[in-house]
Design a protein around this ligand. Sequence first.
Ligand SMILES: *Cc1c(COP(=O)(O)O)cnc(C)c1O
Length: 364
Amino acid sequence: MTPPPSPPILLTPGPLTTRSETRQAMLRDWGSRDPAFIALTAELRRRLLAIAAGEATHVAVPLQGSGTFIVEAAIATLVGPGDKLLVLVNGAYGDRMVTIARRMGRAVDVLRWPEDQAVDPASIGERLAADPAITHVALVHCETTTGILNPLAEVASVVAGAGRAFLLDAMSSFGALPIDLAATPVTAVLASSNKCLEGVPGLGFALVEAAALAAAAGRSPSLSFDLHAQWRGFETDGQWRFTPPVQVVAALVEALKLLEAEGGPAARLARYQDNFATLWSGMRRLGFQLFLPEGLQAPIIATFHLPPGLAFRPFYDALAERGFLIYPGKLTQAETFRIGCIGALDRRDFDRLLAAIAAVLAPA
Ligand SMILES: *Cc1c(COP(=O)(O)O)cnc(C)c1O
């Protein structure tokens, strides 16, 4: 057996494998109220907005915490006590938005599809026509539960056509899959530092329509999860309201420079597609089956059936010993495991992974 590579290769959808430049950007201290860090925050907000071409209409509001924190803050700030949120659910992250809205005491309705089916724009249009009380619609772009890609442009156009606000959980797609706010009507895009942007974990951000955010003053029932107040803080003195994760911000700005140098989201998507294609053709040769129909699969994370006789834990441990960390499944109805295609990895890493899997499967 070859010695494990160091550090481990994370085939997880975040935290994920980062470039050494990104990690090295964390090796200094920053005063959070110092002009240098205020300038870094301004650069972060500018670069995030530019990725989605939102400069003319949207503002970028970063928030301390994991991705769920920004989803919670966006629902708290944008969906008011008299509003009603329709959540489109075909996986665990859609369900999480339902839970958040209920805990917040907001009126919620749910449209549900099986985990191996994309949401269907036509039935969304019907539900919006039937229920004028619905003010907001929420969609998960890439449902990381399975890796399924939902039809963003079609859903956005149905929701905008019905005159409702649209919240997009783009956590596992932002920075790779195309999101163009100049062409696609989205009220708020939500994502985090540690997925396709290839930063380290510790902050989420919302790109919110300035008009919608300006109208949301004082609406959040939470002090910390208030995107309007967070935004006013940045606009007033350029500072974060509460202690910022300064090293995470520095790493993310470095990661955004690396994204630009790579050629932007289109080039990153091409690399992830190559990773996925390498993984899937190798896995097929080894006898594994994808959980999703190939046409619905985003090149972000792949869900495979666990073959009979293979238990996840020993499989995980044997691969971890060889330096690769894979991900358990998150499905109720099938025994699966997942392999992320995102992070600072290319096809050579997947070739090495496939060799490790073949070695683990080989009879002793
Ligand atoms: C990762 C992810 C989140 C947020 O998860 P955290 O563990 O809170 O970072 C939300 N939605 C989707 C689709 C995700 O992939």
